[in-house]
Design a protein around this ligand. Structure first.
Ligand code: MRU
Ligand code: ZN
Length: 219
């Protein structure tokens, strides 16, 4: 399947094109930030039609800074392509499907590897989580109260993706909007692509701030 075809599925073509356009727009923006080094990262959005839904997700192993007609495909809730295709869904599709399963209100899941998120995951990994307070950008993560804090859980990395997906699913809390995987990257989500992008950017701001703050303090 390519970006203009939903051959063999009942998913409305317009909904598929809209989802793929959204993924392309987000992919471009995150690639401009340099958040997809060495083909890393993956993106998905839920495509709802009537009572049913499928997941539009990035194909595996692609250079996410480059656009081709074969960047995205549709998978079902188990991560299986919904129509015959040469494309392989992201190797980490099961992490996406685990998050959609845990949070029925979830509409988008974005994953990036950055130096900042890797460093924070390593610095705080033994604690299993890291909490940020006293940042205006915490509001972007949905916490508007005076003195609000926000905590992102941290799980060990696993090469075995079903194990990794279970670990992420176990600790994920809707209000944290993200889970860090140690020395790997972050999974961030939201009710739609706009929210998931806001959450991802807020987390990455906080991670970069924390690393720079530590560097300044150590001088
Ligand atoms: C080779 S880079 C990292 C990958 O192993 C993986 O962690 C990743 O984020 C991208 O995998 P992909 O299968 O392209 O979605
Ligand atoms: Zn990854």
């Amino acid at each position: 399947m390519n970006q203009t075809s939903n051959r063999g599925t009942e998913v409305p073509l317009e909904a598929v094109q809209q989802a793929f356009n959204t993924l392309r727009r987000i992919k471009t923006r995150l690639a401009e930030r340099g958040w997809f080094p060495a083909t890393s990262g993956n993106l998905s959005v839920k495509v709802v039609y009537g009572e049913a839904s499928v997941i539009a997700i990035t194909a595996s192993g692609k250079d996410k800074a480059v656009h081709t007609p074969e960047d995205f495909l549709l998978v079902d809730e188990n991560g299986v392509p919904v129509a015959p295709t040469e494309l392989k869904p992201s190797a980490e599709t099961l992490v996406h499907t685990a998050l959609y399963r845990k949070f029925p209100e979830c509409g988008a899941v974005f994953h990036v590897h950055t130096v900042s998120n890797n460093l924070v995951s390593e610095l705080y990994g033994d604690h299993g989580a890291v909490t940020f307070t006293n940042h205006e950008l915490i509001k972007a993560l949905g916490h508007w109260e005076e003195g609000a804090g926000v905590t992102v859980p941290i799980v060990p990395n696993h090469a075995h993706i079903p194990t990794l997906a279970s670990a992420v699913e176990r600790v994920a809390a809707w209000d944290s909007r993200g889970v860090l995987i140690r020395n790997h990257g972050i999974y961030a989500w939201g009710e739609d692509a706009f929210a998931a992008l806001r959450h991802l950017e807020a987390w990455e701001f906080l991670f970069e701030y924390e690393i720079k703050r530590r560097l300044l303090m150590s001088r």
